[in-house]
Design a protein around this ligand. Structure first.
Ligand code: HEC
Ligand code: HEC
Ligand code: HEC
Ligand code: HEC
Length: 175
């Protein structure tokens, strides 16, 4: 995990201006950028909750003994480098063209894995412009989770949406 907000962001936000004009899509800014605002209690501090869930460690734990054992059985030497594991444990690892420099797949199932790429949202929020296009989707329903919570190449706990959601649910904004 890293939480410094680097200069790298400036470039990405500048280029997002161009993207907005040419209708190109938002990019992934990475957890550290989302957190720079969403660790505030007034916005709900989703950061604190997320950090306490396995989602924030899903890449790191691929270093562990259990992960190496699963991987070994499949002939994978390093799970932290294998697309077979990264697909769910470090989403967006493949699409480097969609990364801002502040995006690190090592941060695991981070905010944007669920809310989508956030560069346009960040840019608008920084400018204090609450425009519709800059609002990020709030994923709904079981189907969204089972993209990763079904079909893993290793045993997993049976996915019960209500039970699992209760374990990771983060606070909403104070109204
Ligand atoms: C510059 C500060 C800032 C940054 C950085 C930021 N946000 Fe936000 N975000 C806000 C504010 C302020 C709101 C509340 C907007 C409103 O009035 O509804 C918000 C609202 C949201 C919402 C709710 C959207 C809605 O429709 O109500 C989501 C989801 C969200 N942010 C996710 C993210 C994610 C993911 C990131 C990182 C990609 C991020 N935010 C980065 C300031 C920020
Ligand atoms: C991009 C893939 C991905 C998505 C989408 C995703 N998860 Fe996960 N989730 C993971 C991975 C990978 C782990 C394992 C992390 C670890 O143990 O280090 C995990 C772990 C969890 C855990 C901990 C499991 C345990 O044993 O306690 C819960 C709870 C959870 N997720 C709930 C959810 C819910 C609810 C959703 C949908 C709102 C969701 N997840 C969406 C990939 C995902
Ligand atoms: C289809 C998505 C998916 C893929 C691909 C995947 N995993 Fe997982 N992994 C998960 C989910 C979801 C969990 C959460 C466990 C649960 O729900 O019981 C998890 C949990 C784990 C755990 C247990 C973590 C704990 O806290 O107990 C290990 C170890 C692990 N994965 C290793 C791997 C390795 C190694 C690979 C590659 C060979 C891999 N995973 C590929 C989705 C996936
Ligand atoms: C596992 C998926 C997942 C992850 C990871 C995740 N969220 Fe969310 N988030 C959701 C879901 C689902 C909702 C909608 C909850 C609802 O409507 O009850 C939501 C709602 C929100 C909202 C809307 C609050 C409001 O007032 O309506 C904000 C803001 C937000 N998330 C920010 C974040 C930030 C910041 C991070 C990273 C620190 C993050 N989320 C990580 C799934 C996720």
């Amino acid at each position: 995990m890293r939480f410094k907000v680097g200069v790298a962001l400036t470039f990405c936000l500048l280029s997002s201006v161009l993207f907005a004009r040419t209708g190109t899509k938002a990019k992934y800014v990475g957890a550290e950028v989302c957190i720079s605002c969403h660790k505030a209690d007034s916005l709900g501090n989703q950061f604190r909750r997320w950090l306490g869930t396995p989602h924030s460690r899903s890449w790191v734990m691929l270093q562990g003994k259990e992960a190496k054992e699963f991987a070994g059985k499949m002939g994978i030497e390093d799970p932290q480098k294998s697309p077979t594991c990264l697909r769910c444990h470090a989403p967006v690892f493949r699409d480097t063209s969609l990364w801002c420099k502040s995006f690190h797949p090592e941060d695991g199932v981070q905010c944007e894995a669920c809310h989508g790429p956030g560069s346009l949202h960040v840019k608008a929020m920084k400018a204090g412009r609450m425009i519709e296009e800059a609002m990020l989707p709030k994923p709904k329903g079981k189907k969204f989770c089972t993209v990763c919570h079904a079909g893993a190449p290793h045993p997993t706990e049976k996915f019960d949406y209500k039970k699992f959601w209760r374990r990771v649910v983060h606070p909403l904004r104070k109204k």
